[in-house]
Design a protein around this ligand. Sequence first.
Ligand SMILES: Cc1ncc(COP(=O)(O)O)c(C=O)c1O
Length: 486
Amino acid sequence: MTEALIFELSAPGRRGASLPEADLPMQNPSSYLPAGLLRKDAPELPETSEIDTVRHFTRLSRMNHGVDVGFYPLGSCTMKYNPKVNEEVAALPGFSAIHPYEPAELTQGALELMYRLEESLCEITGMKRFTLQPAAGAHGEYTGLLIIKAYHASRNEGTTRRKIVVPDSAHGTNPASAAVCGFDIVKVESNERGGVDLAALRKLMGPDIAGLMLTNPNTLGLFDENIAEIADIIHEAGGLLYYDGANTNAIMGISRPGDMGFDVVHLNLHKTFATPHGGGGPGSGPVGVKEHLVPFLPYPLVGKDAQSNYYFEEKNALSIGKVKAFYGNFGVLVKAFAYILTQGHELKEVSELAVLNANYVLARLKSHFDLPYDRICMHEFVLSGKRQKKNFGVSTLDMAKRLLDFGYHAPTVYFPLIVDEAMMIEPTETESIETLDEFSEAMIRIAEESEANPENLHAAPTTTPVGRLDEVGAARNPVLKWTAAK
Ligand SMILES: Cc1ncc(COP(=O)(O)O)c(C=O)c1O
């Protein structure tokens, strides 16, 4: 198998397509472009035949790992299988070929989809209304925090309520979004069960608290049993509760952030509601709010009149404005709605299986690694490679790289930050017991190898197209451009 770049396959004059001679006279570019903008030399583009081009990109596609290729237990990312029917539905011309400037009379189907998706998300989360605009989870956080800010400002507390509390187990985007919104971030410690330390939380309360951002289950894969009390503490201090719903895959049909006491929530449609992600494709992070925050939502929202016609609602004077052009990443909305409809009333079963699968793998692995919080987990769990590091000098990174040799994507490693040598494993609901067993056996073999043959792990991966990379070097001195050898 050739490792060549497409540029290296290039031969002068070789073509993948032949175009007919132009039947119009060619104008000299200098007659319509300023001289300073004209290139002096022809661009160095690869010149390859069609078959070499096809082989090149097919080869590259096979070097990649994806959910359609193998198990992908990347904790916190919910790399579940995305049913292909969702893609087909999103590609229907009635959805894919409409233009956002088309009038509502001509796009009733698309508006109905947005309206009914919003209704479904309200039902799943216990919220009053949702905006579908934000393009990702972090974008949803930013939107939700702007709403919290606008709410406090409307009560003349905008300048005093400046602090957002974030647990030490939080996803990095939480404090980052709060900082971008101009809040001060205050960290609250976790207790010995991996939940928020209530005493520490109480100490932070005061007239300057704007709110708390929480993921429940949190990034340790643990449900915070004290959520009702946490909500009371924040509300009594005059703050609002923000739910980072990136982990909704664990709770659908079982518990709702709205019932837990949250005021604002974002969902990651590209995780829980099955849109492929991980390669930088479009995402969607809708934000839902309770009744008291509805006036602050971005506009427009989709309404339905007495004749069942769908329309864009007028802007509310308190709205934070728009957070994205038009109405959000519409294709992702279509896929999410298709996913919800095809699951019917079985969304609860999705979450039950996600939790069952995670607990199954946890039970198989827990005696082979350290387990910082020994509890029933939700849809994911966090192991620690401390034992392997201390006794045999094998790091979590070594073990993650070795997993690639077995054909698996590695778990999320070194996150959450409060667990040393963390390995965060999220199997998702779509995997069979055979896959879970094979993965568990690979992990156990790696634990045994770290004692018997640590060198094997330091050298891993050895069977992948690319071996161990200098990740620090790549981050510090990235080479982002190919230059022809002179
Ligand atoms: C817990 C949690 N919160 C927020 C996010 C941010 O979501 P996004 O990557 O769509 O911005 C993630 C993403 O993985 C997450 O796991």
